[in-house]
Write a protein that binds this ligand. Structure first.
Ligand SMILES: *[C@@H]1O[C@H](CO)[C@@H](O)[C@H](O)[C@H]1NC(C)=O
Ligand SMILES: *[C@@H]1O[C@H](CO)[C@@H](O)[C@H](O)[C@H]1NC(C)=O
Ligand SMILES: *[C@@H]1O[C@H](CO)[C@@H](O)[C@H](O)[C@H]1NC(C)=O
Ligand SMILES: *[C@@H]1O[C@H](CO)[C@@H](O)[C@H](O)[C@H]1NC(C)=O
Length: 196
């Protein structure tokens, strides 16, 4: 998620490689469950069909991740594997803001809207600081809706594929959350197999 100050913003491929719910022994509610998801985010920064576009910035300045004040709007595809043409499981929609005066990081606020399978219609809210120089970034999962009500956790992300000429990149997101999903573990696990 835009970890590099390069001309090619990080593409994030959301791929559900593996979703393994594990009964948690911690959390605020005994029914709280730990879920790990791996998805791939596909991000395109150049036309045609760019999925990440700078829409505002300080007049007279170049709009970029390292230029304080620049705002990007994002609508990236989330897929089950690193292949951009693999099954789409959702969209990552939100904003990136170049909020560091020294250009070292951006602020992001992104809703992950699941559009396929068991979690279709449910959302997770990602929010935090993305340090551009980091090999692996991490932001908070502040909450969610639908199947992810009361969710909380974090996600790491790292670029796993870059096509500079096409302005395209893929990132792997490892999402780790506690949530109060009411279905039992076996049902969730079977459903995830259906998705992938
Ligand atoms: C935990 O969550 C379950 C399911 O929503 C609920 O029925 C139960 O009352 C909750 N327990 C506590 C202690 O909050
Ligand atoms: C851009 O999106 C349109 C509408 O979905 C599609 O018809 C077109 O093939 C896409 N162009 C490229 C180069 O992917
Ligand atoms: C995936 O789709 C893109 C755009 O339609 C296409 O250029 C590319 O060849 C496809 N990749 C594979 C592995 O099918
Ligand atoms: C994300 O998950 C994949 C698959 O389990 C793993 O190979 C990778 O090391 C993880 N990345 C991070 C940053 O934890």
């Amino acid at each position: 998620m835009a970890r590099k100050p390069s001309a090619i913003p990080t593409q994030i491929f959301l791929l559900f490689l593996l979703i393994i719910p594990i009964t948690s022994t911690t959390g605020t509610n005994d029914s709280s469950q730990l879920t790990n998801m791996v998805v791939y985010l596909q991000e395109k920064t150049s036309a045609p069909n760019a999925t990440e576009v700078p829409v505002a910035g300080i007049a007279g300045n170049l709009w970029s991740f390292t230029s304080f004040g620049t705002i990007y709007v994002v609508d990236d595809s989330l897929t089950t594997t690193i292949d951009r043409n693999s099954t789409q499981v959702g969209r990552a929609r939100g904003i990136y803001v170049a909020s560091a005066l020294d250009g070292s990081s951006i602020y992001l606020s992104v809703s992950v809207l699941f559009t396929n399978g068991f979690f279709s219609g449910s959302t997770l809210e990602l929010q935090g600081t993305s340090v551009l120089a980091s090999q692996v970034g991490e932001v908070a999962v502040v909450s969610g809706t639908g199947k992810f009500r009361f969710a909380k956790g974090y996600t790491t992300y790292e670029t796993v594929f870059v096509d500079t000429a096409a302005g395209f990149s893929t990132s792997r997101l490892n999402i780790t959350i506690y949530s109060d999903m009411s279905p039992t573990l076996p049902i969730i696990y079977e459903t995830m197999n259906v998705i992938s």
